[in-house]
Design a protein around this ligand. Structure first.
Ligand SMILES: Nc1nc2c(ncn2[C@@H]2O[C@H](COP(=O)(O)OP(=O)(O)OP(=O)(O)O)[C@@H](O)[C@H]2O)c(=O)[nH]1
Ligand SMILES: [Mg+2]
Ligand SMILES: [Zn+2]
Length: 335
């Protein structure tokens, strides 16, 4: 087993030195189940749990392993098992806020849920059917760049939309630096265009609502029916949450793909500064507002409103920006 294929690097090797001295093995979490993980290490695949002391030391869920993490494992290869003792620092992650999940009374809980770790690039997959939603794409873009990964917007199911040209233009207008690809997962040549985003030793995660075609695209890239796919419900146009686990797959030409279950809620996790990239257009204009604390609602000399009135972007985008900013500042106050 060549760990470099899975993204092992000199940087991780240096961070691993103290664990190597304890006789632990480096491994990458390739699949997460409810009560255990599958990891890949030089011994092959192992089924592992994490050590109880990790749970005690953890200040929150973000300190526990997720798929994509590089971990230090004490192997018990005879049983094909092992124990995770530590997580190496992540170079990137995708995390959302999981608000108010604790049962019963008390304060609203805010908790970071890390969904994917150590991914170079994230495909934000959207359907050009009923799933199409610019505001959701803005949310994803904000979260992806906040976590330190590159974003690529993949507009799928082009075969089902008669307005895909206009949809593409609308997405390009809000995507900033992120490339936007329009494809149909049923068209092999179009799926193949996505291969430029996958490089040996790098990890590419697929995120998006249920039913947008994440697993279908992954199967096409892997050239095998590895992941189960299922039709969306025709009544409401929503997916059926067919994929239930996060999992890494090695691409034959090099590169690692991560399939994910569809996400329903996308509460922001981060800081107001994280809007700098996903809303670079608005933030740049805001520097020219008369008041440095301009709320861009009704203040005189607001450069953002002026630009909106001259149709540089539409009101929904400004609303979306202000809503996300408020959400992040609320989160910061709670923390
Ligand atoms: N017409 C059309 N159907 C597609 C396309 N891509 C995916 N589908 C279909 O959409 C349905 C859902 O696809 P999946 O790949 O299971 O979607 P998913 O994003 O993995 O969904 P979850 O695993 O539930 O998150 C399947 O019936 C696919 O065949 C496409 O480009 N065009
Ligand atoms: Mg799936
Ligand atoms: Zn303003």
């Amino acid at each position: 087993m060549n760990l470099e294929d899975y993204g092992w690097s000199d940087t991780f090797a240096r961070k691993f030195i103290p664990y190597a001295q304890q006789g632990l093995l480096p491994a990458r979490v390739i699949r997460g189940e409810k009560n255990y993980f599958r990891v890949i290490c030089k011994e092959g695949e192992l089924t592992v749990r994490f050590a109880g002391k990790m749970r005690h030391r953890a200040e929150g869920r973000q300190d526990l392993p997720v798929v994509g993490d590089w971990v230090a494992v004490e192997p018990q290869p005879e049983q094909g098992r092992g124990v995770i003792h530590a997580i190496l620092e992540r170079f990137s992650s995708f995390a959302r806020n999981l608000p108010g999940r604790r049962k019963g009374r008390g304060r609203e809980r805010i908790e970071q849920q890390v969904i994917a770790a150590n991914v170079e690039r994230i495909f934000i997959v959207c359907g050009l059917d009923q799933d199409f939603n610019l505001r959701r794409i803005e949310r994803y873009l904000t979260l992806v760049t906040a976590g330190g990964a590159e974003a690529v917007v993949v507009l799928n199911k082009a075969d089902l939309s008669s307005e895909s040209d206009s949809q593409l233009q609308q997405v390009i207008a809000i995507a900033g630096k992120a490339p936007v690809e329009r494809i149909s997962a049923k068209n092999r040549a179009q799926v193949d265009r996505l291969r430029v985003y996958s490089r040996p030793g790098e990890t590419l995660a697929f995120l998006g609502s249920s039913g947008v075609g994440k697993s279908t695209i992954i199967n096409a890239l892997l050239d095998e029916e590895r992941q189960k796919v299922a039709p969306v419900s025709t009544a409401v146009g929503k997916g059926r949450h067919t994929t239930t686990h996060r999992e890494l797959f090695l691409l034959r030409g090099g590169g690692v793909l991560m399939d994910n279950p569809g996400m329903r809620e996308l509460h922001l996790w981060g800081e107001e500064e994280d809007l700098a990239e996903s809303f670079a257009d608005i933030e740049e204009l805001a520097l020219k507002c008369r008041f440095s604390d301009c709320g861009h609602r009704s203040e005189p000399g607001c450069a953002v409103r002026t630009a909106m009135d001259s149709r540089q972007f539409d009101e929904q985008r400004l609303d979306s920006y202000l809503r996300l900013k408020e959400e992040l500042s609320h989160l910061q106050r709670r923390r």
